[in-house]
Design a protein around this ligand. Structure first.
Ligand code: KG4
Ligand code: ZN
Length: 333
């Protein structure tokens, strides 16, 4: 079995992983805390921090995996979608490494990799399955027919679910990234305290911009009457917003599962770390006799393990990339 080095640098996590013999031997993730001060990812800064982090992350991944650089058979890297400057660091590193070691280069689509993260460990879904991929930049329902045969059957028309979480937390005065904080406060609040609207979008598509505006006006109106409104209701607001976002996502997922007659249902992407969404999926799964799949947390948010596993399947198919490859900010399946 080949030893695959995975590299991920599409947004604000620099990550390297080593996969061999059916085991993810390491998965190093260097988070970029620099963006906290700006309330969101600053692309130019992200790119510079990737430059600082990439070599230490790879060295650590190789060390933790207890392999040598010379054992590596191929380098898989995220080609896109993502921030161009960030992607460029990972792509350039992967190309240089592959050239120096004279080993194959394998490009990976970041969104496909989020889905293929389900194949790192057991239990694994069976084809065809539906995957709700929810991150800071994407919200998609994907019909996964095979490892690299995937069809996006629904997507967001504006903001992503993670963006809705992060923008809500910004309105509430919480630091970036807000998703995990909304999750934390939501556990302590009443999800039925406040009612936010569910957008009526046809098919399996999503929209979160109207919800974001509704939340903004709701907060502004209440703060005008009571300057301590957020302070006194933070947990209930977070619980109610989380519940609405989770219901929007899960209602569309149910509709798709029914229409496509699929019983294996998976969650992927950073927002799949959300407790309310995970619980909601489990409850729906029990109701509809679905087999539900959610990767462990470290494989939900951006990580190179998912790039390494995707690289492994491409290696098995002999699907390699040549040295002239350039990153793609937008990269459809
Ligand atoms: O997949 P990911 O790590 O990066 C992108 O490709 O975007 O997803 C990051 C998103 C952010 O919006 C973050 O707030 C959200 O995932 N997130 C969460 C949680 N953990 C991360 N949202 C809600 N609850 C969480 N526990
Ligand atoms: Zn991602």
């Amino acid at each position: 079995m080949p030893v695959i080095l995975g590299i991920e640098s599409s947004c604000d996590e620099t990550s390297a992983a080593v996969y061999a013999d059916g085991v993810m031997l390491s998965n190093i993730i260097a988070n970029q805390i620099i963006h906290e001060a700006y309330g969101g990812v600053v692309p130019e800064l992200a790119s510079r921090v990737h430059q600082q982090n990439i070599i230490p992350a790879v060295q650590q991944a190789i060390l933790n995996a207890k392999v040598s650089k010379n054992d590596i058979d191929a380098v898989a890297f995220t080609r896109g979608p993502g921030l161009l400057g960030s992607l460029l660091v990972g792509v350039s590193f992967a190309k240089a490494f592959a050239l120096a070691k004279n080993i194959p280069l394998i490009e990976v689509n970041h969104m496909q990799a989020h889905i293929l993260a389900h194949f790192i460990e057991d239990p694994k879904p069976s084809f065809p399955f539906l995957c709700l991929t929810v991150s800071g930049g994407h919200t998609q329902i994907v019909l996964v027919k095979d490892y690299f045969d995937m069809e996006v059957i629904g997507h967001t028309q504006d903001d992503a679910a993670g963006e809705a979480m992060d923008k809500t937390s910004k309105i509430l005065g919480l630091p970036y990234p807000g998703g995990p904080l909304i999750d934390k406060y939501a556990r302590l609040g009443n999800p039925n305290a406040f009612k936010f609207p569910e957008p009526q979008i046809p098919g399996y598509n999503f929209s979160f911009s109207g919800l974001k505006t509704a939340i903004l006006y709701f907060i502004q109106n209440n703060e005008a009457k009571d300057p301590d409104f957020i302070k006194n209701n933070l947990k209930d607001i977070c619980a109610s917003v989380e519940k609405r976002i989770a219901t929007i996502l899960l209602n569309k997922l149910s509709k798709a599962a029914q229409a496509y007659g699929v019983k294996d249902i998976a969650l992927a992407g950073g927002v799949s770390a959300n407790t309310g969404l995970r619980q909601g999926l489990l409850e729906l799964g029990a109701k509809h006799q679905w087999n539900t799949f959610v990767p462990r947390m470290a494989y939900c948010t951006d990580n190179a393990a998912m790039i390494a596993i995707a690289g492994y399947y491409k290696y098995s198919q002999g699907d390699f990339t040549d040295q002239h490859v350039a990153p793609l900010a937008r990269m459809p399946f």
